[in-house]
Ligand binder design. Structure first.
Ligand code: NAP
Length: 269
């Protein structure tokens, strides 16, 4: 499924994006890696070159939060002259903590990357795939997409945006030869989140396990992937049957239990 295919992974400089890149390379894909940090991206590209013995992946340094970032990325993709077979929309910014206690600016940046940047990249790439009659798109969302949750209010809303967008796009593109899948990941052992002080969940999933499961699910033609524990999948069910107010209250109590209400800016007292 992936052997010889060209895949763009956004947010490939660390965390789950890096894990996707390493796994796709092992499965024989040719990679284009995108993020803002040029040095770290090149390190990942070099790591892949060493592990596979092939050519180093292409690197695109772009900020998906800016209006020009996705446009520049698409220009660079076109200049490479190789059509994309797979787009993995993984880059995102997490903003945990009280909506009012956290600064507004990182929350606006999260909306810009997770919603605007993802749309701006997907639009031209999906159009090209449809014109060729083949391709695949994976959007990494979150368990937080399924329930309104206090202390993840703005981030959770961006993930709900991604969830609805992905499910709707999959239907729009049905019959075009393009496969669209949402990957609803749960807590992972990564450095996710700009500036928060919340501790990593000790039961967090390893990004390499998550990437492998998502890629296996996509290869099986699934419309959705739930790569975490079965309980994480079960936690997405109440919001489908219970009143939304109840879901928001329970989810927010859970967030408080996890200490997300205590998250402050790094450096703030
Ligand atoms: N970690 C979790 O517990 C968790 C839970 C549920 C869902 N998720 C989802 O899983 C995905 C990956 O998360 P992660 O934990 O691997 O996060 P991470 O370790 O913070 O990595 C985020 C990646 O996105 C890139 N990125 C951030 N802002 C960007 C921008 N403006 N333009 C371009 N690239 C940008 C970062 O690279 P640069 O900084 O170099 O730009 C980095 O490569 C995200 O979609 C997240 O919402 C994570």
């Amino acid at each position: 499924m992936y052997d010889g295919k060209v895949a763009l992974v956004t947010g490939a400089s660390r965390g789950l994006g890096r894990a996707f890149a390493l796994d796709l390379a092992q499965r024989g894909a040719r990679l284009v890696l995108l993020a803002r940090s040029a040095g770290t991206l090149r390190q990942v590209a070099e790591e892949i070159r060493e592990r596979t013995g092939g050519a180093a992946p292409q690197v695109i340094v772009a900020d998906l939060a800016t209006p020009d970032g996705p446009k520049q990325a698409v220009r660079e993709l076109k200049a490479l002259g190789v059509p994309l077979d797979l787009l993995v929309n993984n880059a995102a910014i997490g903003t945990q903590g009280s909506f009012l206690a956290r600064d507004l600016e990182p929350q606006l940046r999260a909306v810009a990357v997770n919603a605007g940047g993802m749309l701006a990249l997907t639009h031209p790439i999906a159009a090209d795939m449809v014109a060729r009659g083949s391709g695949g798109i994976i959007v990494v969302t979150s368990g937080a997409a399924f329930s309104p949750m206090g202390y993840l209010a703005s981030y959770g809303a961006t993930k709900a945006f991604q969830l609805y967008f992905t499910e709707a796009l999959a239907e729009e593109l049905r019959g075009t030869g393009i496969q669209v899948m949402g990957a609803h990941v749960s807590n992972m052992d990564t450095t996710f989140g700009e500036g928060p002080t919340a501790a990593v969940d000790p039961k967090a999933d390893q990004p390499s396990d998550v990437a492998a499961r998502v890629l296996d699910d996509f290869a099986r033609g699934r419309a959705a992937s739930y790569p975490g524990s079965f309980m994480n999948r079960v936690l997405t069910w109440p919001s489908r049957v219970l009143p939304r107010v109840t879901v928001a209250r329970v989810a927010t109590a859970y967030a408080r239990k996890r200490g997300l209400d205590k998250v402050v800016e790094v450096g703030a007292s």
